[in-house]
Design a protein around this ligand. Sequence first.
Ligand code: SAM
Length: 203
Amino acid sequence: MAARKDTNIAYKIYAPVYDRVFAPSFAEGHTRMVEALDAQPGERVLEVGVGTGISLRHYVAGVRVDALDFSAAMLKKARKRIDKGEVAAEVTLHQMDAHKLEFNDDTFDHAVVAHAIAVVAEPEVVLREMMRVTQPGGKLVVVNHYKDDPGKLWRAWNPVRRKLGLGQHFDLPELLQACGLEIVSDNIVNRIKSRLIVTRLPA
Ligand SMILES: C[S@@+](CC[C@H](N)C(=O)[O-])C[C@H]1O[C@@H](n2cnc3c(N)ncnc32)[C@H](O)[C@@H]1O
């Protein structure tokens, strides 16, 4: 529980400056993540760790997005973005812990998580929850900073990075495959070298 509390405090501090400090480095990843998802009007998408909602403007009108985050401060920013009319899709925001999704099995056509899978306390629990609420054969798209070989030194910083809400380094493709997800494509995006991985749930 401590990791969730630390992350929540960190994002209360980041929320007012997040769009100015982090958004420019994440822009390409958000655009390409939603493009790769290719959600069609009428389809229902889950977005985990939506933050201030930078990605939301990329969904086309008619797509229904349930976007959740643990941080009330980050969600407040996302709410403002929607109220200003910056988003075409039908978005419902939820304050929710990604480790315990309050949705029934097979609720969504597809699911995405941007720059948040390494931030959550237990990435495998979150991925399996996302799989549970997504229909068989649906797409699950992840974009995240990633080091091919973090090495011992980088891993040693994980506890500090977790406390700052910056995420830990781990082998993302390995984890996705261990969860039973089929990797469809794997590309480098963003000037900070994030990884955009498109996967498919077993049919
Ligand atoms: C680096 S931000 C990414 C925000 C957004 N997806 C983006 O790409 O700009 C990570 C987000 O994950 C959220 N988060 C961390 N742990 C969470 C959890 N257990 N449940 C839901 N959201 C969580 C944080 O509150 C934060 O908004």
